[in-house]
Design a protein around this ligand. Structure first.
Ligand code: B3K
Ligand code: ZN
Length: 885
């Protein structure tokens, strides 16, 4: 915990390291009440910086220094300076060896950073700056070293001892302790270091690489979870193959390991050869994990595996370049998921998520560019902007260059920078060099924050047969950036004639048409494009596949949107047209509600969704996506000033109306799907996901009608199904229903059935925390007393507190401010336990500017209260102080 004012770190102050660490030899002696860490660092002056010998400043926090030697000479305290974050000493020569021994306390580490215990297991999390809590080191990503690690522990409690790289040797003493030595032949920064010790079982498999090398694959879990690992293993093998085929990337060690731990601050970590995962991102079994959980496991396994090249072999020079590895790797995992499942559905999910959450971040007090200029606490910058917007930036490069040139660019990048710590500029340069294109202006996506707005107008000249689209772009001010220069915005589009047929596209000045779909590159604040040979006024289909992360507006009428829903050849834009129609209709209802007039819904939405529901040709997953109305969070994001109650009332009114009017087709599709589900055993595969998605979407509407036969069907589904997707949906719709007796009985049944499975209990907490029925806060407070709940486990905090404050808007924003008070109290408590989790949970309060003055004031008051609450971690301090500006 910090006492002095925290320091702001700036990208412009970057300096190469004074010293390098060629070799790092670590020995860990693990005990129940402390751990000893002995480190030998083989160091030298960075030859690029000269031959003088500046003082050596090593990072170190919460370490008890036991001994320190330089070139075998034991140093006295007079020969070095020590404070709570640094150890400074004077090297005698340009090459030297430092030996240190420190004592640390993983057994009481609740921040889950550095070395800590999760249950009975030891594990590490070093990214970004956790290694300095393990030993004195140059804890920065541009210092890469060759690591050898020996782990010593009691044999009985910790039969498995793991670290990065390949196993080198192992042995035991006669006191019941044993040891294992691991050697990682690849140079790596300290943030990729990992250690695990525990009583673990593993599932083993192997993969033959493109050059016929055998790689052993092992997934380690606690014994009770050994039956839930196969899906992760299958996902790993698919990822390894895909990365060879699509990016030409081959795995490089003899062994690849994944370890599942229950207490983890995020999803997973790509430590070299030894990925450590939140168990929620590894374990998946039909009976205990939903389809969404299966897909998340597949995606996270792929993401961490892909980091082996995009992150580990080529890493970041400094933490301002975080998106270099994260944006690229998210882009790679999204391509992978698109290839494994439905590409259109994947894109819809990603875009809905980006627009709801990243756009909100970009419009809030923590807005920052994909490559930030400064930060106080790097842990706060593992954001939607770095990850999701970073991925969109890569996707735009892919769109502008084309798949082939993009691949050449990525090959050049990996070849040119293998073994180096580099910058986003280096990545773009490789893309430019390989493709011969100039991305100078494009790079503004890295440096300018905020979501650009792109407003489009059109005109048709019947006489000349020309059609002109005019684009105007602007970008709102963000913290520290008032003026923005125009972005390069790739706009993929097509034009539809009055029969819905695509037009051949020929721009003025071109010799001939080039297909009916193309990408325009909008580079100026205002820019027009004129198409020729256009006899009648067409309807444009703009920003197909969401080709750029912008807020596009075009004055579509509702009839035009219905037309696009039916005829657009781009699946994503058919969904998008439906969403825009729904937004228009819902905003009209919000207005009626605010004016106090009776809500009356535009029939056209019912009609449009009816024809979607009756379309047997359409992928059922697409039908489910199209039936799902824009979320309250999204409606909030696109409002100037969000009216919490009116948005909730309008959306619920529309859902009820759709349920009543579409009862028959919904019932039909529900029953058809349920019959199939009953017949076929669970398979984690796209067509099955699709069927269940539609079935469950239908059920959630049907339950709104409160008809006895739906209740019966829901209870039947709950009881008779063979998988968590159907069971959890049945539970969730009951929880949101007025059937109190059935709700209570089913909740109790579920808790009893799954009381020994913490991940399933997380779902049980979430479903209740997200219920929008009145009394949400009291329900959450009561659940916090449940024996399965603890603030020390991040998954539990996310399941209960995160779901309440992030998804249950009507309850969290209760007019008396009690939801805000509750969250602030928790953040104050969590700040002392786990700063990273505290700072993440805080984010709903940072969105105060979206709300009416009274709510704003209450939210700000709570932020003030947190600020005044005592010693704050730098994590919480940064978010709170920036939010109050
Ligand atoms: N690189 C890690 C994130 C580490 C977060 C540290 N606070 C997981 C990932 O993106 O793959
Ligand atoms: Zn990542």
């Amino acid at each position: 915990m910090r006492t002095e004012q925290p320091k702001v770190i700036h990208l412009k102050d970057y300096q190469a390291p004074d010293y390098l660490i060629d070799e790092t030899h670590l020995t860990f002696e693990l005990f129940e009440d402390h751990t000893l860490v002995h480190a030998q660092l083989v160091m030298r002056r960075n030859p690029q910086l000269g031959m003088d010998l500046p003082p050596l400043v090593l990072d170190g926090q919460q370490l008890e220094l036991l001994s320190l030697s330089l070139d075998d000479h034991l140093l006295t305290p007079a020969e070095y300076q020590l404070d709570d974050s640094q150890l400074t000493l004077q090297p005698p020569h340009s090459e030297f060896v430092i030996d240190s021994s420190v004592r640390i306390h993983p057994e009481s580490n609740t921040a889950l950073e550095g070395l800590y215990k999760s249950g009975s297991m030891f594990c590490t999390q070093c990214e970004a700056e956790g290694f300095r809590k393990i030993t004195y080191y140059l804890d920065r990503p541009d210092v890469m070293s060759k690591f050898t690690t020996t782990v010593m522990a009691e044999q009985q409690r910790y039969p498995i001892l793991l670290s990065n790289g390949n196993p080198l040797a192992s042995g035991a003493d006669d006191q019941g302790r044993h040891w294992a030595t691991w050697e990682d032949p690849f140079m790596k920064p300290a943030y990729l270091f990992a250690l695990v010790a525990g009583d673990l079982w593993c599932v083993e498999d192997s993969f033959t690489t493109m050059h016929q090398r055998e790689v052993a694959l092992r997934i380690y879990v606690e014994p009770e979870n050994i039956d839930k690992v196969q899906h992760a293993m299958d996902s790993l093998k698919k990822s390894m193959k895909w990365d060879e085929e699509v990016y030409g990337r081959e795995y490089d060690l003899d062994i690849f390991m994944i370890v599942a731990v229950n207490d983890f601050n995020m999803g997973a970590m790509e430590n070299k050869g030894l990925n450590i995962f939140n168990s929620s991102c590894v374990l998946a079994h039909a009976e205990t994990a939903t389809d969404a959980a299966h897909q998340r496991v597949e995606a996270v396994v792929a993401h961490e595996y892909f980091h082996n090249w995009s992150g580990n072999r080529v890493t970041c020079r400094d933490w301002f370049q975080l998106s270099l590895k994260e944006g690229f790797t998210v882009f790679r995992d999204s391509q992978f998921s698109a290839d494994m499942n439905s590409a259109t559905v994947k894109r819809i999910e990603d875009v809905a998520y980006l627009r709801t959450h990243q756009f909100a971040e970009d419009a809030g007090p923590m807005a920052h560019p994909v490559r930030p200029d400064s930060f106080i606490e790097i842990s706060n910058f593992y954001t939607l902007t770095i990850y999701e917007k970073g991925s969109e930036v890569l996707r735009m490069i892919h769109t502008l260059l084309g798949a082939e040139a993009f691949r050449q660019g990525s090959d050049l990048y990996f070849e040119r920078h293998d073994g180096q710590a580099v910058t986003c500029d280096d990545f773009v340069k490789a893309m430019e060099d390989a493709s011969g294109s100039d991305l100078t202006q494009f790079k503004r996506w890295y440096s300018q924050a905020g979501t650009p707005r792109l407003s489009v107008s059109d005109s048709h000249d019947a006489q000349a047969g020309t059609y002109t689209l005019t684009f105007k772009q602007s970008c709102p001010a963000t913290p520290g950036q008032s003026e923005k220069l125009p972005f390069v915005i790739p706009v993929e589009l097509g034009l539809l004639d009055s029969k819905g047929q695509p037009l051949a596209l020929r721009l003025q000045g071109e010799a001939q048409a080039t297909g009916d779909n193309r990408v325009l590159s909008v580079t100026e604040a205002e820019q027009s494009f004129t198409f020729v040979d256009v006899a009648e006024k067409p309807l444009p289909s703009l920003l197909r596949g969401f080709s750029a992360p912008v807020k596009l507006s075009f004055p579509y009428s509702r009839d035009q949107l219905m037309f696009l829903m039916q005829h657009d050849s781009d699946g994503f834009n058919r969904w998008e047209a439906g969403q825009q129609l729904a937004v228009q209709v819902l905003q009209e209802l919000v207005g009626q509600q605010q004016r106090g007039v009776a809500m009356a819904m535009d029939e056209r939405l019912v009609k449009a969704l009816c024809s979607v529901l009756n379309n047997e040709q359409l992928d059922p997953a697409m039908v489910a996506e199209m039936l799902s109305l824009p979320s309250e969070a999204y409606l909030t994001e696109i409002s100037e000033e969000a009216d919490v109650e009116a948005i909730h009332a309008a959306r619920e009114f529309a859902r009820k109306r759709l349920a009543d009017d579409l009862f028959e087709p919904l019932w039909q599709r529900y029953q058809d799907a349920r019959v199939q589900s009953r017949k076929q055993a669970y398979v984690a595969e796209a067509s099955h996901f699709a069927r269940r998605a539609l079935q469950n979407m239908a059920l959630s509407y049907l339950m709104l009608t409160e008809k006895p036969k739906v209740l019966t069907a829901c209870l039947e589904q709950y009881e008779a199904c063979d998988n968590m997707t159907e069971r959890l949906t049945a539970l969730a719709v009951l929880v949101n229903s007025p059937f109190e007796a059935e709700k209570a009985a089913t909740l109790a049944n579920f808790a009893e059935r799954f009381k020994d499975n913490p991940l399933v209990m997380d779902q049980w907490f979430s479903v209740q925390a997200a219920s929008t029925l009145p009394g949400g806060l009291e329900r959450v407070q009561a659940l916090m007393q449940h024996p399965a709940f603890t603030l020390k486990n991040p998954n539990k905090v996310r399941a209960l507190i995160g779901a309440f404050a992030g998804q249950n808007l009507i309850n969290f924003h209760r007019a008396d401010g009690s939801g805000y008070r509750f969250l602030a109290d928790l953040v104050i408590q969590l700040n002392a336990l786990n700063p990273q989790i505290a700072s993440r949970q805080l984010s709903p309060l940072t969105r105060w500017s979206k709300y009416a003055p009274e709510r704003r004031q209450m939210m700000r008051n709570e932020l003030e209260r947190i600020l005044a609450s005592g010693e704050l971690s730098s994590d919480v301090y940064e978010v709170v102080s920036k939010s109050l500006v």
